[in-house]
Design a protein around this ligand. Structure first.
Ligand code: ZN
Ligand code: ZN
Length: 322
């Protein structure tokens, strides 16, 4: 039944490198507090592999630094949401120059195409903070995805989670990846609360851009995916310890496994057969190193997984399109 059987990319053992990426950050070249060279130093010191400086409507040249951090070039393009009139911001990641756009005039489709022409991948930033209506994003199919979490919008006003926008867009059949980023302006305020783990074939700007375009990454506030496996009758997830594993498919399909004695007993009692085998349904492991997902006759178009740990920190896999 599934086109993929066994471990799905990027968790299937292909050769490549996992890179911890900061994909949305501002400097004194726009409204950030750190100079470009200090922003670089800040992320290098914090153990990041990749940084995209994304100042508003400009391309900030790569600052020098004697560290291992790879800068990939970036910008954050200001657009106007056509219905709500709110700020529609598009990240251009991995660009070698400022994309050919007219801020607050270009359409989303034009901006996405301009980012691609400049060699980058594009992601719609902070849809909740922007107050975006889900039906005013014509052209979003030309982007590579959306910010599913934004640390700055979280600490500032609690409008951080793009989960619902992403879910509705995916359920409508759009193919979009989900990144998480700090949108760093003030050091110490929203710094290092979320990032994107990119699996690239090598440590180069082009390989990171390719991975962003191909969906070879996951977003996280801390939890880590070890593996996602698709089988004929189930989906298995392995991760660092979490309190829930949620599988989202096209709405209204999906399932959640919760840690805890009650849920464990409930599902085990309901679903386990006499010999202890679990043929279908959901079962909680010991603090969720595994999940089993009923596929049944559901008309699944995609599945994706969200982890949440006991501090409320989430991680979001990209969709697997079935
Ligand atoms: Zn923004
Ligand atoms: Zn920003």
């Amino acid at each position: 039944m599934p086109p993929i059987s066994g471990r799905i990319p990027p968790f299937n053992g292909d050769s490549g490198v996992w890179l911890r990426c900061a994909l949305h950050a501002h400097t004194t070249e726009s409204d950030g507090w750190l100079s470009p060279s200090m922003l670089r130093r800040y992320h290098a010191q914090a153990g990041y592999d990749v940084l995209a400086i994304t100042d508003h409507d400009r391309f900030t040249p790569e600052p020098e630094g004697n560290d291992q951090l790879m800068l990939i070039g970036g910008t954050e393009i200001s657009l106007i949401a056509p219905k709500s009139g709110g700020p529609l911001h598009l990240l251009g990641l991995g660009v070698g120059q400022m994309p050919a756009v007219t801020p607050n005039k270009s359409t989303l489709a034009e901006a996405a195409d301009a980012v691609r022409a400049a060699g980058g991948a594009s992601f719609v930033a902070h849809p909740v903070w922007s107050g975006l209506l889900t039906d005013e994003v014509a052209g979003i199919e030309r982007t590579d995805g959306v910010e599913v979490f934004n640390s700055s919008c979280d600490v500032e006003q609690g409008r951080a989670y793009g989960d619902i926008h992403w879910d509705l867009w995916l359920s409508q059949g759009l193919r979009l990846g989900g990144i998480a980023a700090d949108d760093l302006h003030l050091p110490g305020y929203e710094a290092f609360r979320s990032w994107t783990m990119v699996f690239a074939r090598e440590r180069s700007r082009q390989a990171v851009v390719d991975a962003l375009r191909e969906g070879s990454f996951y977003a996280t506030m801390g939890p880590r995916f070890e593996a996602i496996e698709l089988h004929e009758d189930r989906l298995e997830v392995r991760s660092t310890p979490v309190r829930s594993i949620t599988v989202y498919a096209n709405a209204p399909y999906g399932a959640r496994v919760n840690a805890g004695h009650h849920e464990l007993t409930f599902h085990a009692t309901r679903l386990r057969t006499e010999d202890g085998h679990v043929p279908e349904g959901i079962v909680a492991g010991d603090l969720l190193s595994g999940a089993i997902f009923p596929r049944g006759n559901w008309p699944l178009k995609f599945v994706r997984v969200v982890l949440e740990d006991d501090r409320g920190r989430r991680a979001w896999s990209n969709p697997v399109y079935l």
